[in-house]
Design a protein around this ligand. Structure first.
Ligand SMILES: Nc1nc2c(c(=O)[nH]1)N[C@H]1C(S)=C(S)[C@@H](COP(=O)(O)O)O[C@H]1N2
Ligand SMILES: [Mo]
Length: 508
């Protein structure tokens, strides 16, 4: 009887430890520095009064942190055992304890420095593991309604012990796998840090490319500020030493390129603006960087594209794919297989070690990150990730313009107002930008100078504004003379259109 009683807290402990293992594994795979337990420790540190902390540090010396984490673990184990024991009385009491413990973890994670919703994942996975494993073990402990034999204990005990063993082994496997995957990421990050790419340069921002207006998005977007879009939660860790790109399909000869092959070639470099098709009017899913890589046209020429092909189906290490018009990859534009962004090896979240960049096409049909496969093919024969989900097959970037200053709702002093922003008509170029105040005449803005038609262009205009509420609109004209349409279109299926406008208040 007493031994049966002990099995309940034991089940709670096993479920609890299994949850800690899955949660730590998820944190490792996602490269989250703080597992929930560490986050709780940091929460305690943040909320410890200075005097108490000092006392603790004095008595414990540098053992303060291990003691803190150790205490949290002991409390956790006690909580697990309690949750298990309460399950003997009522299952919902166990659920309550596990939920409270998970809630503490969630609060710690969400209040930690630089918290993002992704960081909740380890807590959620750990919590689900607790509930699931505990239910599984408890089922073997509860007396079966069908059997009333007093000595039924023997078979139930075997079931319980077998499940306990399975859970233990599973937890060990998960913990080891999590560590291994985490290590793999660290290894790739270390390999990236050690790379020195000869031939990759980082010029200064071209003279006259920026208008001096505070609040206008910088002409060059830093890697850390560059928007990121991908379908995976955790970017794949791809080792440059084993990376390969296979070019096959409608080609004369299959070509396999390695990372070293790319570095041994003449690198081409350019300022190129990258646009997301999901960028709404006035939105910020756009960035401009200095890219270094190998011309796609040269690689395709080596493979020898067969007549009849009109697309390259690009696939990434993570299984995502996109169909890119062959014409945009082989004409005179700077389409490249990029190895560097702003003079640095590609950041992992931007496609390390190698990604594609095609000026003039939205990212979803061209800018394949962690790219490993190019199949030269026909649009008629393939579909790709986003086209299967209702987006257009080809995605040329639409002309757009944006007001950065003043921002919507801003209060500015009445009188002279410097208004500024950015505009793009990628691969055609911007000829003019005009603004309209309160429905009045369109007035030309002054354009900054850009090195090519493949980047965005900053603009500035000085207006006189009376005190009161105002509405300001912007529109661009491209170098072929087309004026940006004011007709509003949603981002689906091939990019937003419409003039960006802001409301602001001038105060006397
Ligand atoms: N492997 C992979 N590559 C991808 C995507 C993706 O989901 N997976 N998203 C694309 C989209 S929609 C855009 S807009 C760009 C964004 O590139 P960035 O994250 O470097 O800004 O990457 C493209 N390449
Ligand atoms: Mo995108």
């Amino acid at each position: 009887m007493t031994r049966t009683r002990l099995r309940w807290p034991l089940a709670g402990l096993a479920a609890g430890l299994a949850g800690l293992a899955t949660s730590a594994a998820v944190a490792a795979v996602l490269s989250i520095r703080e597992s929930p337990v560490i986050a709780v420790a940091e929460l305690v540190i943040r909320n410890t009064p200075g005097a108490v902390a000092e006392q603790a540090i004095q008595t414990l010396q540098f053992w303060d942190k291990p003691v803190l984490i150790g205490s949290i673990l002991v409390l956790l184990l006690a909580g697990f055992a309690l949750a298990g024991d309460l399950g003997r009385v009522r299952m919902w009491l166990s659920t309550l304890v596990f939920t409270l413990l998970a809630a503490v973890g969630a609060v710690a994670v969400l209040t930690s420095e630089g918290a993002t919703p992704t960081r909740l994942l380890p807590v959620i996975v750990g919590y689900l593991t607790w509930q699931l494993v505990f239910a599984l073990l408890a089922a073997a402990l509860s007396p079966s309604p069908l059997s009333h034999r007093p000595d039924d204990d023997g078979t139930d005990r075997r079931t319980f012990l077998r499940r306990l063993g399975t859970v233990g082994a599973g937890a060990v496997v998960v913990a080891v796998a999590g560590r291994w995957l985490g290590r793999n990421r660290e290894r790739v990050e270390a390999a990236r840090d050690l790379l020195r790419l000869d031939g990759v340069t980082m010029p200064k921002i071209p003279l006259d490319a920026t208008v001096e207006v505070d609040g206008v998005a910088p002409w060059q977007t830093d890697n850390a500020d560059f928007y990121t879009i991908h379908t995976v939660i955790s970017p794949p860790a791809v080792d440059p030493a084993t990376w390969e790109l296979r070019i096959h399909g409608m080609v004369d000869r299959e070509v396999v390129v390695t990372y070293q092959d790319l570095l041994d070639r003449q690198l081409s470099e350019a300022w190129i603006t990258l646009n997301c098709v999901s960028n709404p009017v006035g939105g910020t899913l756009i960035g401009n960087a200095w890219w270094s890589g190998v011309r796609v046209a040269d690689l395709l020429a080596e493979a020898g594209v067969r007549p009849g092909a009109d697309a390259v189906l690009q696939t990434s290490q993570d299984g995502w794919n996109c169909g890119t018009p062959l014409a945009a990859l082989t004409d005179d534009r700077a389409a490249m297989l990029a190895v560097a962004m702003n003079g640095q090896p590609l950041p992992i979240e931007h496609g390390f070690p190698v990604r594609t960049i095609v000026p003039g096409l939205y990212g979803y049909v061209s800018a394949c990150k962690w790219v490993v496969d190019w199949e030269v093919t026909r649009f008629a024969d393939v579909t790709a990730y986003w086209t299967e989900r209702g987006w257009a097959e080809r995605g040329p970037v639409k002309m757009a313009s944006r007001i950065d200053v003043p921002s919507s709702g801003e209060r500015v002093p009445a009188g002279t107002l410097r208004v500024g922003g950015t505009a793009w008509a990628q691969h055609t170029g911007i000829r003019a930008v005009e603004v309209q105040l309160d429905g009045g005449p369109w007035r030309p803005a002054e354009l900054a100078r850009v090195p090519s038609a493949d980047t965005w262009v900053q603009w500035v205009v000085t207006l006189a504004v009376e005190p009161g509420r105002h509405e300001l609109k912007v529109r661009a004209t491209d170098r072929s003379g087309v004026v940006q349409t004011g007709v509003r279109a949603d981002v689906v299926p091939d990019g937003a259109t419409g003039w960006h406008g802001v409301d602001f208040v001038a105060e006397s």
